[in-house]
Each structure stands twice: as structure tokens, then as C-alpha cells.
Design a protein around this ligand. Sequence first.
Ligand code: NAP
Length: 345
Amino acid sequence: MKKHRVGILGATGTVGQRFVQLLENHPQFEITALAASDRSIEKPYSQACTWKLAGAMPEYVKDIIVQPIEPPLDCDFVFSSLPSGVARETEEAFARAGFPVISNSSAFRMEEDVPLLIAEINHEHLGLIENQKQRRGFGKGFIVTNPNCAVVSFAPPLAALERKFGVKSVFITTMQAISGAGYPGVSSFDITDNVLPYIAGEEPKVETEAQKILGKFADGAIEKADFTVSAQCFRVNVIDGHLASVRVKLKQTTTMEDVRREMENFPSLKLHSSPASFITVCDEPSRPQPRLDRDNGDGMTITVGRLFPDNIFDYRFVALSHNTVRGAAGSAVLNAELLIDKGFV
Ligand SMILES: NC(=O)c1ccc[n+]([C@@H]2O[C@H](COP(=O)([O-])OP(=O)(O)OC[C@H]3O[C@@H](n4cnc5c(N)ncnc54)[C@H](OP(=O)(O)O)[C@@H]3O)[C@@H](O)[C@H]2O)c1
């Protein structure tokens, strides 16, 4: 099968490296372009990038020369893992130059004509692409986004509950890993022996993105889900894996067995990066834990535990996802597979 040629914007960063790792030997994609900042350009990737993932940097990328984040690049579409400030102008420039852009950044997530995708939950939101192209004069290019990495941990179990029982309100406390801040990220002096009760810009994202993801696509637009979210976000001393403690009030009364069944039965897709189980519910009282459960389904499964009736809300549970895989590069790769499957790329 002929492979699609892929570029990565922000290829040297925390998420960029995860893309390089996940795309090695991918049956549908081959990396043909890598781009980053002035610090990195004109260098081979092996010199520009300080590899921070377990195992060696894959051989196939070492000699690729890092380019500026300017279109055109020698590829069919781009994954973007740029900081949001840079992403806004750059992603638009690539879309305008005819490239599909599959982005991890927050720059376009909440724009009304841009899909905010979790492939298993809302692929019908891809219907926004045609409007987006016309409205922005993009021609062949377009932008799709994946959610904030903390939102990815709790939006799937909420989607299961919203579909069957309706969600009224949600109270969330996130415990987010160090790698979520990129590299070098949080200083070791700040995070060692400590928990940081503030992540700049995070709580508004956690309080708003799930309503768009769980919204209905009708008449060419998204009608957002009508539940409210109250969130507090903490940075904790864990390398990978975002944990969310969730309390939820439902519109309809139901049993804990039904809540569990809806989560476990939420179907996965049949794409290359799809995990066998999209949502796993565990019974052990001390799970999920980031170190033990973040790699479930090769980092693509959402692991739920501590599911109980709640004294104030209806139910409470803890949800975990791998922030640089399901929360970033892995979801973007899955979205690219979905776009191909649905004929958009
Ligand atoms: N980390 C996560 O868990 C996670 C999860 C979901 C979404 N995201 C989002 O993904 C994006 C990247 O995050 P990250 O954690 O990978 O950050 P990071 O480790 O700081 O990497 C940033 C990347 O962007 C490049 N870059 C920075 N400033 C640039 C500029 N002015 N021009 C061109 N390239 C520039 C860097 O290139 P150089 O190496 O050349 O400086 C590097 O490749 C952010 O929008 C973040 O919010 C991150």
C-alpha cells in the first residue's frame, strides 16, 4: 500500500518525539518532513533533538534535516505539536497552502467550524470541514484538533453517561503529569516533594472542551452538550499519565451496574491505532495508577476505577489516560487514520 507522506511541526518537542516513535513502521504513514524553531533548523534531527523517550531515537529520522515551520513542506498533510501562540498563525498558513492540519494545540480547538475530535466519540463532527474550507477560503487544506490532554481522560466515560442517561453537572480534580508541560517544563525544584495547585490556562479548557466534544452535529454546526463542569487542575510529581477524580450528576436515575456497563461497552474503532478496549473499568481498590495503567492499550485505553455512588453527586470515579499518547500524538494519529477512512485525506 502506498503510504501517506507526513510532516511534523514541533517535531523536536515532547509530543513531536512521541509522533516520531508512534509513526515508526506505521502501515499508512511515513515521515517525510520535520520542522521546529530557529534553534533546530538546518540540523539533522539527531542533532536538533534531545531524545527523551525510553529506547533509542529511531534510525529512520536521524538524518532528516529539520526545516522552518513554513509551508510548503514535502508531505501530504501535517501533524502539529506547536505551542499555541505559534500554532495559530502557522496552522492557518498550512491549511491555506492546501495541507490538512491535525493539531494538538489549543489555538483552534474551540472555533465553531473546527472539529475537536475524539475519534470514537464524535467522528460526525468531521462534517464541519466543508463549512470551514468555504468560510475560510482554505481550498484543499483544513484543520482538525484533538482535546486538551486532561480532558481526554474524563470525556470518554462522560460520553458513555451522556449518551444513555444525560449529564447534568460534573466536578473534576485533575492530577497532571510533568510531561504535560513539555520539555524542560516544570522546574525540578518546584515539583519535587510537592504538588502545584495551578496550571496556567488549564481550568478553562477542562471546564469547556468536553461540552463541544459531546455536542451534537446538526445543520452544519455543533450544538454543545448542556452540562456544567467545575474543575481544579494540579501538577503532580509523575512523568506520564493524567488522572482525573470525577463526580457526576446525571439527568436520569440509574444503577452503578448500568453506569459501569455503558462505560465498558463504549465501542472502540477498527483503525490501526485503536485499542482493543476504549474504556476499561478496573475493580482493584487501588487502581488506576499512572505508573501501572498509563500504557494500557499501548497508551490508547482510558482506564476507569473507584466507581461508586456519591453522597453529593450521583456517581464518582477516577479516570486515567496517557497524556502524550491518548492525550496528544496517539489521538492525532488515530484522527489521521479516521480522516483517511472517511475519505477526507
Ligand atoms: N505535552 C503534552 O502532554 C501535551 C498534550 C496535549 C497537547 N499538547 C500541546 O502540544 C503542543 C506541544 O507541546 P509539547 O509538550 O510537545 O511542547 P515542547 O516540548 O515545548 O515542544 C515544543 C515544540 O515546538 C517547537 N517550537 C517552539 N517554539 C517555536 C517557534 N517559535 N517556532 C517554531 N517551532 C517552535 C519546539 O522546537 P525547538 O525544539 O526547536 O525549540 C518543539 O519542537 C502544545 O500546544 C501543547 O499544549 C501537549
